[in-house]
Design a protein around this ligand. Structure first.
Ligand SMILES: [Fe+2]
Length: 295
């Protein structure tokens, strides 16, 4: 089986493109890499872009792009997807730096874009704003978590890292504990997008910077149980939730357990089904606003 090996970028619609672009460049500190009519491409170093913002009637995440490994074959991957009875499309030069992309829809209607990176871009990390290391994961509300989880595992080659009860799955496509997570609620929509910070010190600087710029924390800082990452959440101007995290569990795939850490309760920490109640190790409870949007 050919498995996708990393999340490359995610694409978002937003009614006010200028305002959301300012947030991504001035607050989050991503580098603007390219601009087209009604689209902005924002970078993290070696990838030409990690985030694409497009003008749209409603804020949401419509596409997620994944990269294949250097020795994987896109034609063979396309056959693998079609083998599941899924309709695919190929597009040439769809976005800057991508020459050939395979697209198809996941069961909740989000476009999957799978490609091989032919060349590296060479943007430097910005010297202003929060400046995360990378796009870490995108979380979605889904109406049928078992069905969508099976799709990501069977079609894209994801692995299950953990479950919270039977309603929240955490899926990996590389060493990071989760790249996609899916929470069953009453609708299919974006839940949050997460960027990786260096460490706890970076998180403090980020929280102070957000506060000075008028952004309130929706939840955190704290340390989650599932994934064991330090976390904090806030809302972008378009209303979409951004998570900033650090110290997320990392899987040693050969050995089948997450790299041991002092804050783990299981030794070794292996993929499992957690209880349905909040599992945070420490930190404040979520605000009422955060809880409302989780329902
Ligand atoms: Fe998250």
């Amino acid at each position: 089986m050919i498995r996708v090996s990393k999340i490359a970028h995610a694409s978002y619609e937003t009614p006010d493109l200028d305002q959301q672009t300012e947030y991504y460049t001035e607050i989050l500190g991503l580098t603007p890499a390219a601009k087209e009519k009604d689209a902005v491409f924002l970078a993290n170093t070696v990838d030409h872009h990690s985030v694409v913002l497009r003008k749209g009637a409603q804020a949401g995440c419509s596409r997620v792009a994944f990269q294949l490994g250097e020795h994987d074959d896109l034609d063979a991957f396309e056959k693998q997807v079609q083998g599941h009875g899924i309709k695919t499309q190929r597009k040439k030069d769809p976005e800057p730096s991508i020459s050939d992309v395979l697209t198809f829809e996941d069961p909740k209607g989000t476009a999957m874009e799978v490609f091989k990176r032919a060349d590296f871009s060479h943007q430097k990390f910005q010297a202003k704003g929060i400046v995360p290391h990378k796009l870490g994961h995108v979380a979605f509300h889904v109406t049928d978590v078992k069905h969508v989880t099976k799709f990501y595992c069977d079609v894209l080659g994801f692995r299950e890292s953990d479950w919270m009860g039977d309603f929240f799955s955490f899926l990996r496509c590389g060493p990071d504990h989760h790249t996609i997570n899916l929470m069953q609620t009453g609708s299919n929509r974006h839940f949050h997008t997460a960027f990786e910070l260096r460490d706890w010190g970076h998180m403090q600087t980020a929280c102070d910077f957000l506060s000075v710029n008028g952004y309130k924390l929706l939840w955190g800082p704290g340390r989650h149980g599932i994934g064991h990452n330090l976390f904090t959440y806030h809302r972008s101007p378009a209303g979409l939730i951004t998570e900033l995290f650090a110290e997320l569990d990392r899987m040693n795939e050969e050995l089948g357990y997450f790299e041991p850490r002092p804050w783990h309760r299981d030794h070794p920490q292996v993929p499992k089904v957690w209880g349905p109640l909040p599992t945070d190790i420490w930190g404040p409870p979520p605000t009422a606003e955060y809880v409302r949007q989780r329902e």
